[in-house]
Design a protein around this ligand. Structure first.
Ligand SMILES: CC(C)(COP(=O)(O)OP(=O)(O)OC[C@H]1O[C@@H](n2cnc3c(N)ncnc32)[C@H](O)[C@@H]1OP(=O)(O)O)[C@@H](O)C(=O)NCCC(=O)NCCS
Length: 239
């Protein structure tokens, strides 16, 4: 409904600016908004097509995702099942698979680094203000290898486990988050960790499988040691 209202408002403004009637302006708006989607649909047999489709979709839904920074090479499957907050950044090469029946939700001010795989077939929620470094994998689906050992893996089916990642979480490069895991607010996952159990809020976990290394609150630096211009947003961009 908001989309249709937005379309009409833009058309009315366009008509007022050009001194024409509303119908030609409405047609121009419709063509402009659907062109990205149509081009992507025609090219969707390859990855570039998926990207184009996604870009067209994002453009036509830009009022829902203000501040979105979408790098080249980001691939999104089933963008209709993807919810993005405000000021989200998706770096190049990252692949978000929401799936027809899955779902991925990303909170405000979260950024997802290069070449990550976020497989949301079982549902993935990532909170706000999170920093997901490059090469991180988050899976909410897994092969069901023990259903019938006589059958090939590919015929054994899959099982789903929703993944929940809280707010203000930092996931180091190369970490893998496995199905069914919940990571609490303010937690840190070390580079290369394999997280197969829940991580309580504020904990720093490292290793394979991931174990608690420390409590973030206990390793707090005195604020006098922070740079004078310390600003969370600047800090995030440099990660
Ligand atoms: C987890 C992390 C934040 C911990 O940093 P830290 O609090 O400064 O911890 P330290 O470096 O003092 O290490 C403490 C111990 O944990 C170990 N450790 C640290 N990071 C580890 C990791 N990723 N995997 C396994 N062990 C790790 C250290 O070897 C050390 O062990 P020791 O006491 O036996 O020598 C950091 O090591 C890390 O992995 N950062 C991710 C960096 C990254 O991905 N950057 C990408 C751009 S954002």
């Amino acid at each position: 409904m908001r989309g249709i209202r937005h379309l009409f408002v833009s058309a009315v403004l366009r008509a007022a600016a050009s001194g024409s009637t509303i119908m030609p302006s409405l047609a121009v708006e419709l063509i402009a908004r659907s062109s990205g989607w149509v081009a992507g649909t025609l090219l969707q047999r390859n990855a570039f097509g998926v990207e184009r489709r996604c870009r067209g979709f994002m453009r036509s839904h830009r009022w829902r995702t203000s501040g979105l920074q979408l790098d080249r090479g980001v691939q999104i499957e089933c963008p209709g099942n993807l919810q993005l907050g405000e000021n989200v950044t998706l770096f190049g090469g990252t692949h978000l698979v929401a799936g027809r029946s899955g779902q991925i939700a990303v909170g405000d001010h979260t950024h997802i680094g290069r070449n990550c795989v976020i497989s949301g077939l079982g549902g993935i929620t990532i909170g706000g203000g999170c920093s997901i470094s490059s090469l991180v994998s988050i899976y909410s689906v897994s092969n069901h290898y023990h259903h019938d050992p006589q059958l090939p893996i590919v015929d054994n089916g899959v099982h789903y486990g929703p993944v929940q990642i809280g707010n203000d979480v930092w996931i180091g490069t190369g970490a893998a988050i496995l199905p069914g895991v919940t990571i609490g607010d303010h937690a840190v996952v070390g580079a290369g960790a394999v997280v197969n159990r829940d991580v309580p809020p504020w904990m720093v976990v490292v290793g394979v499988p991931a174990r608690i290394l420390k409590d973030r609150r206990e390793s707090q630096r005195p604020s006098s040691l922070l740079p004078a211009s310390h600003d969370k947003a600047t800090h995030r961009r440099s990660a």
